[in-house]
Design a protein around this ligand. Sequence first.
Ligand SMILES: *[C@@H]1O[C@H](CO)[C@@H](O)[C@H](O)[C@H]1NC(C)=O
Ligand SMILES: *[C@@H]1O[C@H](CO)[C@@H](O)[C@H](O)[C@H]1NC(C)=O
Ligand SMILES: *[C@@H]1O[C@H](CO)[C@@H](O)[C@H](O)[C@H]1NC(C)=O
Ligand SMILES: *[C@@H]1O[C@H](CO)[C@@H](O)[C@H](O)[C@H]1NC(C)=O
Ligand SMILES: *[C@@H]1O[C@H](CO)[C@@H](O)[C@H](O)[C@H]1NC(C)=O
Ligand SMILES: *[C@@H]1O[C@H](CO)[C@@H](O)[C@H](O)[C@H]1NC(C)=O
Ligand SMILES: *[C@@H]1O[C@H](CO)[C@@H](O)[C@H](O)[C@H]1NC(C)=O
Length: 839
Amino acid sequence: MQVLTLFVVLLCYRSAAASLIIVPEPVQQSTAVSQDAAEAAVKPYMHYFHVESDIKYRYAKTLATTRIENPANVAQEVSFTAVLPDTAYISGFNMEVDGKVYVAYVKEKEAAQKEYDDAVEHGQTAGQVVQTARDSNRFTVSVNVESNKEVIFNLTYEELLTRRLELYSDVINLNPGQVVSDFSVTVNIEESSNIRSLRVPALKVDEETSVEGTTNALASIEMTSPNTAVVKFTPTPTEQQNVSANGIIGQFIVEYDVDRTSDGGEVLVNDGYFVHFFSPENLKPLKKHVTFVLDLSGSMMGRPIEQLREAMLTILDDLNSGDFFSIVLFSQTAQVWDPTITDDEMDQRLALVGSYTYDQEGFPLPAATPSVIVKVTDKHIQKAKTFINKLQATASTDIYDGLLLGLNIANLNPKKLQNQPNGKQPEPIIIFLTDGLPNVHIYDPDTIVSDITKANTKDASIYSLALGYSADYDFLKKLSLKNSGFSRRIYEAADTALQLTDFYKEISSPLLADVEFEYTPDQVEDGTLTTRVFRRLFAGSELVVAGKLREEIDINLTGDVTAISINGTITYTFEAIIIQYPPIDIPPPATHTPSNMERLWAYLTIQQLLDEDSALDYDHNNKNLTSPQKQQALNLALDYSFVTSLTSLVVVKPNETNAVDPHDASQADSYGDGGINAGTGGSGYPSSADSDDRYDDGAEGPGAAEDGGDGPGEAGDGGDGPGEGGDGEGPGDGGDGSDEGGDGEEASVCLKELDDIAWLPQNHSLVLEQDTLEAAGLSEIDQQFSECLTPSGDNGYCRHLEYCVLNTFTDKLEDFIPYKCDAGGYLGVCCPVTAIPDC
Ligand SMILES: *[C@@H]1O[C@H](CO)[C@@H](O)[C@H](O)[C@H]1NC(C)=O
Ligand SMILES: *[C@@H]1O[C@H](CO)[C@@H](O)[C@H](O)[C@H]1NC(C)=O
Ligand SMILES: *[C@@H]1O[C@H](CO)[C@@H](O)[C@H](O)[C@H]1NC(C)=O
Ligand SMILES: *[C@@H]1O[C@H](CO)[C@@H](O)[C@H](O)[C@H]1NC(C)=O
Ligand SMILES: *[C@@H]1O[C@H](CO)[C@@H](O)[C@H](O)[C@H]1NC(C)=O
Ligand SMILES: *[C@@H]1O[C@H](CO)[C@@H](O)[C@H](O)[C@H]1NC(C)=O
Ligand SMILES: *[C@@H]1O[C@H](CO)[C@@H](O)[C@H](O)[C@H]1NC(C)=O
């Protein structure tokens, strides 16, 4: 029986760096078939691993190609796993098996938000035990490869490189899991102005170790012109082995910056689209008033509080002289540091922070007085450090009062803030750090977001830092998006303090405030402009605006940028650079292929629409609800084939190989012990990818081998089990993926025995609607026949009745009729892919 099976690629959107991990892993054979064990032990091997990253005007397109051969005498499952930055969108995937190419396509993710959140929750627990690169997503697919055949995987993903601390970084995670004879990484850079500071640090083998100042001795950098460069990394097998017994492992990082030719920024026009990069140089930072709102709840006890103290001591040293700062602490209640009161008094206040004397009504917030806004001077910094050293973790998480007190302080208008050279007050900035969920006083996230946003009358930027996995990242993201800031994850690791101080560096020097881009209106098509007003621009970063031109031909786009600088309002003008690509002498292709610029525009638009959607007040968990932003983002993602939170990637899996061992096949006739290549996990990342399958639409079928299908019920992917909705519903398999199957929100369906069917005669035979369909004999092998939809609209496969006795039809024959199908001449059931025995 050959069934065309759709195979869903799993993506987990979890947590900074671009990574690509590719691991071939054979599926282990069931222990019952020992005779083949030796054969199967000849693992698939990768003999080709090439990554090519083309960066054009900061927009990186990365193609990873691997070739894996199955040298065994039996068919084996081969998996491919890639880990990529969470800011990257996969834009293409194909695989070639035995000369045939299978191309993946992007389709709408049916079950959007609910699964998303379930998976986040699920992934958080499962995710922690699994190593995964920070701020990255995982992609896994696996395929059965016949003996002595090879499979080629091609994956493309795209990303706009963000400038941070004066650098763009292209990060490629490498982990082929073995020494590869043909290994190469190439990064081609083309920029519109001269490239500077190009360097390749040492492989970052572990996330916690900084590679700053190191050099990758095996990488070559060739400047092919002042604005183009080629970076190559082609370690020999010996050199690979020198990294680890399993070959290269780590992040390959290329960092660079570009010369700024004009303070008005660079405006590049190509093929009807434009992009504007803005990062003026030689500006003195604006003064700022930064309020630290710090979580001292019990969960911060131990390492976290030590790391917070360590980070705060460094940050205090980095505060610019002439700036202002305040320190708010919250736990059971909120308090603020005041250098004008005595130490004893301050100690008392500190004791109040964690005091349980106050009930749920909340403790009246201390008055926000000008004395808590402290000017940065040596004396004050020393005093603040003494105070920071006393901080201890204790009690609960009163986020509401912490933020409210922070805003009350930010909203103060004392004289000392008014006497600024440009007549403007220092930029109000709140750095809010928490490691947990609000659990005292007011703790409904929506109420907190709306009340805090209302209280933010001075439009302070709130930057939220989510420390560890217990913080509610969606809530923090929304809070920051609504309050002119952004959120970041801070990982609990040896380098937590470094992550905090690095974050502070990024926002330590606001250069401009209220930056507004204007373009001549009749030059840009309505509704195509990406965000053009920004609350602030920080030193070392960059603002990017893109849009579609109204004219078919590329024009000299004109306009200006206004902003508030240390000297008051400032206006920049700019001139467009028209990029002639493809060259005029090459006729345009018959079908429209989007240029890099157009894709960059689509990428940025989708990203911003998704952010806007996250900031909207509606129940994102309700699949029935959508927003215009979400709809537009979805349409764009489909048009440009981007895998986003709203879309998922589907690959038509090749037909199962017929190199099936009869022993294996017979194993497959009962659930549980797995079919041919069923069972054991493909991906080499058991319980990882799988857990976050929220990106999977689960619509289709069998397969799912990738998610470590070590559980029962996973039978099938080898060929004849029921398989399931894309993402491992393998029940009980170590918690990966199981329940949030791709098929919507319903739980898995449990199965019963033939004898539980009240209407079935003892001889297991009956006549239905003129057709004689006999119930399957016990000797039949469990198989998947045609694809079908169950009466409740779920995806399923027709299977012998014996293997899919559903609770819903054991009582009455009429209940069964809608499920009836032809299982190779026997009585079949349209069996939902979520069906699981003995659950
Ligand atoms: C996969 O990528 C390689 C380049 O690395 C290319 O030569 C090959 O044609 C691609 N295969 C398919 C099927 O697109
Ligand atoms: C192996 O790596 C070490 C550093 O880790 C380096 O000093 C040494 O030269 C390398 N040896 C070879 C053969 O590449
Ligand atoms: C755009 O401006 C440049 C310089 O100002 C000029 O040389 C060029 O002819 C203009 N192009 C068009 C299409 O107007
Ligand atoms: C601000 O003014 C100072 C002197 O008053 C000047 O040196 C500096 O260039 C000015 N900066 C901007 C951005 O105008
Ligand atoms: C979504 O709509 C369907 C059909 O209109 C309804 O049955 C279901 O309850 C709705 N779900 C939610 C969460 O409102
Ligand atoms: C799978 O096999 C069936 C029957 O042998 C054939 O019709 C179908 O085209 C095959 N599908 C693929 C993707 O090779
Ligand atoms: C099976 O049993 C039913 C009722 O007991 C009877 O009507 C039917 O003829 C039997 N079928 C066969 C093939 O024995």
